[in-house]
Design a protein around this ligand. Sequence first.
Ligand SMILES: Nc1ncnc2c1ncn2[C@@H]1O[C@H](COP(=O)(O)OP(=O)(O)OP(=O)(O)O)[C@@H](O)[C@H]1O
Length: 273
Amino acid sequence: MNDMTEIAEAGRAGPTASRGASAVAMEGRDVKVFYGEKQALFGVSLAIERNSVTSLIGPSGCGKSTFLRCLNRMNDTIPICRVEGTITLDGEDIYDRSLDVVELRARVGMVFQKPNPFPKSIFDNVAYGPKIHGMVRTKAETEEIVVSSLRRAGLFNEVKDRLNEPGTGLSGGQQQRLCIARAIATRPEVLLMDEPCSALDPIATAIIEELIDELRETYTIVIVTHSMQQAARVSQKTAFFHLGKLIEEGRTEDIFTNPVHKQTQDYITGRIG
Ligand SMILES: Nc1ncnc2c1ncn2[C@@H]1O[C@H](COP(=O)(O)OP(=O)(O)OP(=O)(O)O)[C@@H](O)[C@H]1O
């Protein structure tokens, strides 16, 4: 099997390759992003389907992370960054002045490239979000949400006897699952993942990929990945970016087996990137 066939096979093996179109959870329309004078995104329009995994792929510097960071306004933290266009969550403009950004980030959670647990206990890492968002009032409620989030992230059995130990003492793969537990503890609708496996070994990567597949039953997931095999394995939709433009998007299987644009074809066959 050549690389292309393997990628296509992996895409076909996805359990939802035949799922019908579901409702749109988030949508970007004509999104332009500038870092100072430099334009990084040129009018990107992309609908993110609910309870589905969307992969953002493309060569380094093409704007994948920039687009991802627009979806929960993480770009607000970069002073020179300016965003134009419209981005909605459940039809609501997330750049509306009346919108509470802290609340938005609870609804649209994020997992980063490098696992970044807080320097706190495993328990407190997960309890932190629900506490600051006023989602829990009692110790029992906090415990319930911590345990269910750790279970959901596939980590509970491994840490149940050491919940009071530091999160930073876990292995890289466990730390990343802890970060996923922390993100889902605020019961978000959407989970953004920026190359969540790039710092992990193949076994830890496989565990996270399996988890992503389970999590999409409950969450809408957008993942930036450099691995086309990973995009094919975990996502139902793929969007290909090049030089700040969205070149092509569609069902993962179609993007990898029958791309419409030459640039997409060149990227997936390894001619660019
Ligand atoms: N904080 C920043 N300040 C200035 N320019 C930035 C900043 N972040 C990104 N850029 C620029 O915006 C463009 C898109 O970058 P972005 O990180 O979104 O690409 P990417 O596709 O995610 O890349 P990679 O795969 O290498 O992570 C690049 O030209 C990059 O140099």
